[in-house]
Design a protein. Sequence first.
Length: 242
Amino acid sequence: MTRNLEPPSGDLDDWDLLYLARGADEIVGHRPFFTGDVFAEVPVQGPRADLKTKTVMVIQHPCAMRPDGINLSESILVAEVHKFPVLPPDKWYTSGKLMPLPDLLIDVTSNRRHQAAFFDDTFHAHPLDLKNRIACLSPRGVNLLLQRWVYHSSRVIVPSFDFETAVSSVYEQADIIEEWCEIAMAAGRAPDEATEDAHAWLREVESGLTRERALQDPQRRAVIRRQARAAAPAWRHRPLAT
């Protein structure tokens, strides 16, 4: 059976399925950086070119951009994002050199609200330059992005469900860290403290596994999320004495 690159929702043009958050009213600043995050006003430099400011999308897997599992690499792979017409669902199987982003700029009324990430125009950005996040993809959006990026790189179409298997536990981890930070900051923690605590708590061993590793089992995720909500207000990471 021939496989095609997939649209967000079959024959329907429900573009909202691509996004977790768009615009200043929806973006959460302390959410961990993730595949598919879109940033505006990022300084990047191409080969033999001057430094320019562009809108870009992160196209690396979240683990690939964190060599130690926590801290971001000094070089994040991104693709340029700019205006592109809306593709109807039956045209998503073509245009494998890009990730369509219809309705990305929700505050814009012109056709400029429709954008795309272009895989032929990639750059490396320093994480400190990724300051102005304007969109985050949903799990469905991340899976479709990875499907198209892998196709562009290999000409192999991997079903989006296979990416769900590979990415869902890391997406769950990002959700837990975001929620942990909201709870901990409401209890008086600074954002950096809250983030450090969340990572340390997830790396604690429980029943022979770190909670981070246990998230790979979908059956355990609800329990770990509930435990995180209970721990976040008062739990503190205390590094081992040297």
